[in-house]
Design a protein around this ligand. Sequence first.
Ligand code: GLC
Length: 401
Amino acid sequence: MTPARLREAREILRSNSREDRYTVPSAHLYPYQWAWDSAFIAVGWATFDRERALVELETLFSRQWPDGRVPHIAFWADTDTYFPGPAQWGRTDTSTITNPLVFALALERVVQRWGRMSPAVTSRMGQLLRRIERAHAFVATARDPLGIGAVACAHPWESGRDNCPAWDRAMARVDIEGVDASGRTDKAKVDDAAQRPTDEAYRGYLALVAAIREGGFGMGPFAVYDPFLTALLIRSDDALLRLAERFDVETDAARRSDRAAAALHASLFDGEGYVFLDARTSETQRLPLLAALQPLAARPPPGRIEALAEAREAFRHGYAAPTVAPTAEAFDPVCYWRGPVWINMNWLHEPVLGSCVRDGALALIERSGFREYFHPETGAGLGAERFAWSAALALDWSEPL
Ligand code: GLC
């Protein structure tokens, strides 16, 4: 990236920072702290302010629930500019669902950039690791309704990939009768509402929020096993294990990771690719999604990477990897998680697709700025502007360790 873009990236993190302790994804669209956003954001902070990186994660984990879950939103600010807010979730402090486990991966990056550590920082690292351990334990148990060892999501928002085609079938079964999405604030904040999920999808999201609230914050009616979330549990547990050894913290990561790897590479693999398994209907679906390649970064069995060469090729496409293969029926180049390029997904898939995703993603940012997502064919920027994880991960890529 050019020096001007690098300066801009740091400036975006500084100006999206609130109270010097958390960073909003976008000042315009997302006014609170989002969990997996903060992990990526910490990776960016670590390139020029490591203390601020650690504080970002500490702030997030200060709202961890007693059961270990790290809610996907922490409502630090008092604002009515985001919907659904505290009233819909039924809590004033946080949302009630989780987010992909990327915290140990992020913390490992922070540690790698830190260098020599004082005893006080070492002790803070230990405390954070004990909290991350509890977050992993929560997901491995409370998000495995069939007890198979893999990770399911209770809401599309738990996957971080809101309207990804993988959720369409299960969402079609959610009862949205009488659910009103007219409180949405997001559509008017982007250039074109076609870049955001439909109202029908939103009614489903709200129905699930209500069902989870009424059911006492368990899983609710939606439960789909996700190869992406499962692969991230494995990658994060492996990072946690390395960190736990260094900081002398007790962890069950080795056992959890082995169990999840066995489930992922057998139960969520149908011989040709990784599948989504609906825990409520037992139906599986194989879809041409970038997220379905994440298992190849999570201890794949011998020969598996080569066997999926063709599937991988579909994502080596123009500017960086799109979220849905352009040949797929569901592909939509402008609509959110149904085709556009996302910077964090490219960062997470570099071990699978190689450095072309880094080069493609940085070229996109050079061309269109730090947007939330991008049109895979034209490279045009979409969604929010000055989006924090796009800035953070570009910084990480631009400053190799
Ligand atoms: C959207 C994205 C989600 C992200 C959040 C805040 O809901 O789909 O992944 O965490 O915005 O940026």
